[in-house]
Each structure stands twice: as C-alpha cells, then as structure tokens.
Design a protein around this ligand. Structure first.
Ligand code: ATP
Ligand code: MG
Length: 662
C-alpha cells in the first residue's frame, strides 16, 4: 500500500486512497490447461458476451438439458425479468440424472466428512439419483406439491443437499434456514413464506457439541401454524419427542416411498427457492430465485471461475444455509458433475488443523472460503497449516466480504503455496451467482480486488444520477442490465424489491455496495454504502481504513464506523481486535496512538481514527460478516436497539457494552 494522498475536493462520490500495486499473472502451466487461456481470450469473449448477451446466455443454456426449448431468451421490463421464456427444465435432473444416467454414474458426487472423527461418506451420482428420488417421492407422499413452500433447517449432512434437490425435483420451493438460527428466526421465515413442511434433524454436531435442531423447530412451530409436516433425519441419535401425525422420520418416509420419481418439468420462471439475506445491513429480505436463469448462471460461473476439470475435488466451506452454499455447494458444481466435498463441523474442531488435514487427506484441488475465515486462520498461526501437505490444491477462492490485501497475500503464500490463483468473487444473495471475479488462467489478480466482470455482466461505478465516475474515484456499484440468475422479487413484496434495488439509480440495479474502478477497469469493493463515513465533507468507505488497520502486525480484525462530530460532521471510531499475545502485554494507550499514526501514514490524515476501542470480539452475522450498523449505534448512542436476530454471538454485545463502561 502506498501513501497517495486523497484529493481534497469534497464530492458526493466515495473517496478512495487505497493503492495496491501488486499484480499476479496466472502461471503458464495453469493457463495452458484452463478453459480460458489468456487475457486476450477473456477480453474477446467478454466483448462478444456484452455485444449480444442474449446470444451468449442462450449458448450457455444449451449446455443444460431442457424438456422444452425457450421461445425468447429474455423479456425485460424493469424491474421484471423473464429468462428463457416458455423453456421447461428441472434442475434436479440437470444436477443428478444426466450424470447418473451417463458416464458419471460411479463418480463421487458428494464426499462428506462428519465432525466426529473418521466419519466419511462417498455418494456416487448413481446413489444420489436413488436417494433423491426416494426423498422426492417421500415428500409427495405427504401431499407436498409443486409450488408449495418447504422450510429446511438442517446441519451440513448429505441429506441437506438431497433435501434441496428433492424439492427441486417435485417443484416445491425450498426455503433453507441456517441451522444456527433461533426459534423466532425460524418462525419469522416460515410464516413469511407460509411453509407447509419443515425438514430437520434430531441434532447436528458443531465444535463437539450437539445443536438440538428438532427441539428448536418444535419451539418455532408453536408460532408457525402453516407447517403440517415435520421430517426428521436421525443424525446424533439423541432422544427427541415426535408428534404423531405431524412428525415423520426421514428414514421411514424414504423406506416407504416409491423408488422412482420423475422430475417435474418446471417452467424456466417457476420459483426454485426463497432465501433470506444475511442481515448485515438490516432486517433480512426473502429473495426469490427461479429455475432456468439461475441454473444457467450457476452452472456457467462454476465451470469458468473455478475452472472445473473432471478430476477436481471441489470444496466450498460455506454452509448450505447461505446463498454461497445453494449456488456453489449444490446447484453450480453438481450441474457440472463435480465431486463436491462437504464438511459437517467447525474449522477449529477437534483442532486448528482440521481444514488442512481434510485437504491433505482428500486431495482437495479447489478451496473456496470467506475472508473472515482466512483472518481467523492467520490468527490461529501458521504452524497449523505447515503441518500438512496442501500440494493437491490448484485454485483458491473467497467470497462474502472485501478481502484485505494482507489476508489475500497470506492466503496465496501459506495455503496456495504461491502457486494457486485466487478468485475473489463478488456477488450477493440477490444476484444468485458470481458477477465479478477473475477468470483464472486469463485475468491477472490484484490482492484485494474482485477484478473484472464475468461474461454477460455489465457492472458500473456511478454517482446517484447514474453517471459513470472517473477511474480512480469511488461511487455506487450498479449493474446496468439484467442477468439470468438475478432474484425476481422479494417474496410477497414486489414493491420492496423495486424500491430497494431498482429505484436509487435510474435504469440500474443498485447493489448497496460502494466500489472504485481503477485505470485497468478493475473493481475494488469499498464496503456498504450505508456504512460510508463522512469526514469534513469527504465520504470514506469502511474497507480501506479497516484494511490499513489490519495490516498492522498486532491487529487481527477491525471495524470502523462514523459517529456524529460537531466539527467534522462525523468522526471515525475504530473497533479493533488485537492478536492474543498483544492483548495482554501491551500498554494500550501507547498502542492506540501508534495505530492512529499508522492509519495516517498508510492512507492519510483524513482517515485517522478519532477514537480506537479495543474489543475481544466484533458483532458478526451468522455468516461471519461484521455488523457495523450495531457498532455505529453503540458508538453514537451508547446502546443497541437495531435488529439483532441474525447476530452470531449474543455475548459479543455484552462484551462491547462492558468495554463501553470501563
Ligand atoms: P443484508 O443484505 O441483509 O444486509 P448481506 O448483504 O450481508 O445481508 P449477502 O447477500 O450474503 O447478505 O452478502 C452480499 C454482500 O456481501 C455484498 O453486497 C457485499 O457487500 C459483500 N460481498 C460479497 N462478496 C464480496 C467480495 N468478494 N468482495 C467484497 N464484498 C463482498
Ligand atoms: Mg445485502
């Protein structure tokens, strides 16, 4: 990071001072084997895709199986998109049948590892086909029909993936609720979508403890009367009460079910699922994804961005409860006929080497995780990584938050051995699939940048009027035209969909994120627009200040927010987590001054925090993202009253309040 000083002109755009000049070109060996082999080839393919996106996406769609062809590729009347109009297909068929009934029948589809030691299951495409059909028949035998909403509240078991696919097979709309949410969060989501059934487990293993899923479902259902059936997978074997007539054991239901269940021909625009956002910026929204466009884009992005090959062992560590798990554990990789690894438990149980041991043991080739996890790995120490042979890896990915360049470099060196390309993938629950990421083998990477758009995607960085801002300055990240896997609506609230995403910037989809585009056209995500801090008329994104703080050797994590300041409009308050050794041994006041000077040196006086608060924990969503809105409230009012239902660890709030008092 150099110290280019920010320009002094206050404007409504975002000011950017981060300058990261390192660039990593793909190795010749990787490029030679890749789907896209050079930057020139990427540029040519991208230009072609943007000149005629409908032709581009139609060509991609032809790689899937359709029961009936589409008559038009796209009907677009802002904000309503219809892709592959009149086309009929089934995504379960595309993810399972066409491999099981073809050359991949005996190939491992799911390679599952349980948290309690030494538990491994390998499920071939043929076996997946059998189990998915039985599960789908089982759901049908309960009277569940096409269009019915089915909630899924399970742990990371193979049956969770099977549950999604079984719903897709019969056209039931799944609504997966992350297996760590409390009863009230389940009830809210089940009621919002009026789910008729919920699929769950007795319990699930996490960090050596049993999470009592069925008990939580029982509590939730006291306030969710639409649910008529509960299907319970036996996982931990704990005794649980079963309510006669309502509750069914998964294994009994499947044993009694028809072994054959034809895949329902779905209209391309029939809903596939509802999924609620992580709740980083506010109350979660239930986004609706449909079948055809979603299937095509998740298929194609997986193929190109993970550069899938037939013999890959692909591991995305996301829980299926998040969109990353939907698109890049289940639909995208299975549509490609990949071998997908799934792990039930936590990365630090039974020890800090767990992930690295799994990569070594199962010869994982592609590894996709979140920046928050990477920062935790760094904090736990290199010795846990160095104990293992990670030479099977050939590609790394990140998603979920901007990755700070320090973490990117660590990931590249320590996990990737300096040899694996990193794909930093920017996308959202709303976008359904990856939108911005380097196509590895073709696009050179810059640490901290999601780089360039995927084929057929046209992002831009604009001001409020929709005008493109000059290269180098920050602005609002928008998408200029519809894409196949875009969410079609907010469930039951078309007005909210239009208002939230299609009203802020004329003619564009507004992402809610700030970004900067550099002279090479690379996109650098700067944080949520809601979190922008206004210091003396300069609008600063959170990412750059946080990234500067995290680059300090004693800092593990940082979150910055603005609090009202009479002189400057807003003053920067930084919440900082220190590494374990420093937290106890340093003179903290001296360190605060040192960090303020550090930020000034790294990015300029404007970004200098007015106040530094050390904290042991930061409030995060269950998907691991920092909830700055809670910190902002705390820094401003001294208390928190905003929506905390998606908070990961409620004790974090208590700890923050304690700091407040001391
Ligand atoms: P909510 O919309 O309820 O506040 P959320 O935005 O955290 O929740 P998701 O859809 O899971 O819910 O997250 C998408 C957001 O995550 C993006 O808008 C962006 O802010 C951030 N994000 C995802 N990937 C990246 C990335 N590679 N670089 C930077 N930011 C990213
Ligand atoms: Mg969001």
């Amino acid at each position: 990071m150099s110290q280019a000083s920010p320009t002094e002109s206050p404007d409504q755009n975002l000011q950017s001072s981060l300058r990261e000049n390192r660039i990593f070109t793909p190795s010749a060996a990787f490029a030679a084997e890749a789907h896209v082999k050079s930057f020139a080839e990427y540029q040519q393919k991208y230009a072609h895709s943007i000149a005629d996106p409908e032709a581009f996406w139609a060509e991609a769609a032809r790689e899937l199986d359709w029961f009936a062809p589409w008559t038009r590729v796209l009907d677009w009347k802002l904000p309503e998109a219809k892709w592959f109009v009149d086309g009929k297909l089934n995504l379960c068929h595309n993810c399972v049948d066409r491999h099981a009934l073809g050359a991949r029948a005996e190939k491992t589809a799911l390679l599952w590892v349980g948290e309690p030691a030494d538990e491994v299951r390998r499920i071939s495409y043929r076996e997946l086909h059998e189990q998915v059909q039985r599960a789908a028949s089982g759901l049908r035998s309960l009277g569940i029909q096409k269009g019915d909403r089915v909630a899924i509240y399970m742990g990371m078991t193979p049956e969770l993936a099977i549950a999604l696919l079984a719903c897709a097979r019969i056209g039931a709309v799944h609504s997966v609720i992350f297996g760590g949410f409390a009863a009230s969060a389940i009830a809210d989501r089940v009621n919002d979508a009026q789910c008729v059934a919920i699929l769950t487990q007795d319990g699930s293993w996490r960090r050596g403890n049993e999470i009592p899923l069925k008990t939580t479902v029982d509590q939730a259902l006291e306030q969710a009367p639409s649910v008529k059936h509960v299907v319970v997978l036996r996982r931990t074997g704990s005794a649980i009460p079963m309510q006669a007539g309502r509750d069914h054991w998964w294994h009994e239901l499947l044993a009694a079910a028809q072994p054959v269940c034809a895949a329902e021909p779905m209209d391309a625009e029939d809903p596939l699922y509802i999924l609620y956002t992580s709740g980083t910026t506010g109350k979660p929204k239930g986004l609706v994804h449909t079948t055809g466009g979603y299937g095509v884009q998740t298929y194609l992005t997986t193929k190109y961005i993970f550069d899938l090959r037939e013999d890959d062992v692909y591991w995305c560590t996301a829980d299926i409860g998040w969109v990353t798990g939907h698109s890049y554990v289940v639909y995208g990789p299975l549509a490609n006929g990949a071998t997908v690894m799934m792990y039930e438990g936590a990365p630090n149980y039974p020890n800090f080497s767990r992930f690295w041991q799994l990569i070594e043991e199962h010869k994982v080739t592609i590894f996709y995780t979140a920046p928050t996890a990477i920062r935790a790995f760094m904090q736990w120490g290199n010795e846990h990584v160095e104990r293992h042979d990670l030479s099977s890896l050939r590609l790394l990915g990140t998603v979920g938050e901007p990755i700070n360049p320090e973490a990117w470099m660590w990931y590249r060196e320590k996990i990737g051995g300096g040899r694996c390309p990193i794909v930093d993938t920017w996308w959202q629950t709303e976008t359904g699939g990856i939108m911005v990421a380097p196509v590895p083998g073709a696009v050179p990477a810059k640490p901290g940048s999601a780089t360039l758009p995927f084929f057929g995607i046209e992002p831009d960085v604009v001001d409020r009027s929709g005008k493109t801002v000059p290269a180098g300055s920050g602005g609002l990240l928008v998408v200029r035209r519809p894409w196949p896997s875009m969410a079609r609506t907010v469930y039951g609230d078309a007005e909210r969909y239009k208002k939230t995403y299609w009203s802020d910037v004329p003619g564009c989809y507004f992402t809610g994120d700030g970004a900067r585009r550099d002279a090479d056209g690379y996109l650098w995500l700067m944080g949520r627009v809601d979190d922008v801090i206004n210091v003396s008329g300069h609008r600063l994104g959170t990412m750059e200040v946080e990234s500067a703080l995290v680059a300090h050797p004693k800092v593990t994590e940082a979150a910055v927010v603005g609090r009202p300041d009479e002189l400057k409009g807003q003053a920067i308050v930084a919440f900082v987590t220190l590494d374990a050794a420093t937290a106890v041994s340093e003179s903290l006041d001296a360190l605060k001054d040192e960090l303020k000077r550090w930020v000034t040196k790294e990015i300029g006086a404007l970004a200098r925090p007015e106040e530094i608060r050390f904290t042991q924990v930061l409030p995060k969503t269950r998907s691991g993202k920092i909830m700055r809105r809670l910190l902002r409230e705390l820094a401003t009012t001294g208390h928190i009253s905003g929506d905390t239902t998606t908070l990961e660890d409620f004790s974090a709030l208590a700890k923050l309040r304690e700091n407040e008092e001391s």
